[in-house]
Design a protein. Structure first.
Length: 189
């Protein structure tokens, strides 16, 4: 693992490059750095979500996810290194099954809305999808393990489910899309 930061303003990036954990320097607009930034942004949005009131088991899950995302960022910063383990993907699958089981089946699309915690979970979902797309783009030019991409795919699904869970905190509900076509079809029947 690379050195820990002891000085933040190093000025070494003034030339438009940044250092990776293996001591190589790459342009700041490289696909690898882009993917690292997307994962970092996702982790920051989850940190913001953690400022909201939520059930303790959801909070514990999100803190664990933050640590796994830090592992994923570390893995991206050191080409060829493995930090995110495949059991992290399995843990998301388990969390998805657990939290989805307590929700009613969806009959209609929902809007990314509701209470503030649920809305922030939807932001996390969309940023997870963007981070996943960045990993897919990076993987087209470099060899990457499957676990990081799988993790982000599962995480975006989980954030959707958690948004629904958080909307039900204190008796709320999802905000359903009002489809004009469905409305016309119902009126015409």
């Amino acid at each position: 693992m690379g050195k820990r930061l002891t000085q933040i303003a190093t000025r070494t990036g003034d030339d438009g490059t940044t250092g990776l954990g293996d001591n190589t320097r790459v342009p700041k607009d490289s696909l690898r750095v882009h993917a690292m930034g997307e994962v970092d942004e996702l982790n920051s949005h989850i940190g913001l979500l953690l400022c909201e009131e939520m059930p303790p088991e959801v909070r514990t899950l999100l803190v664990t996810i933050q640590h796994e995302l830090f592992n994923l960022g570390g893995e991206l910063s050191i080409p060829g290194f493995e930090l995110l383990k495949s059991d992290a993907v399995a843990a998301l699958d388990e969390a998805l099954a657990t939290h989805n089981a307590e929700l009613p089946k969806l009959q209609e699309f929902i809007l990314p809305a509701g209470n503030r915690a649920a809305s922030q979970a939807h932001v996390c979902r969309t940023v997870a999808r963007r981070a996943e797309r960045a990993l897919v783009a990076l993987g087209q030019g470099e060899t990457l393990r499957e676990a990081p991409r799988q993790y982000l795919n599962r995480l975006s699904d989980l954030m959707f489910v958690l948004a629904r869970v958080l909307n039900r905190t204190h008796g709320g509900d999802d905000v359903y899309w009002k489809s004009e076509r469905l409305k016309r079809d119902a009126e015409g029947s």
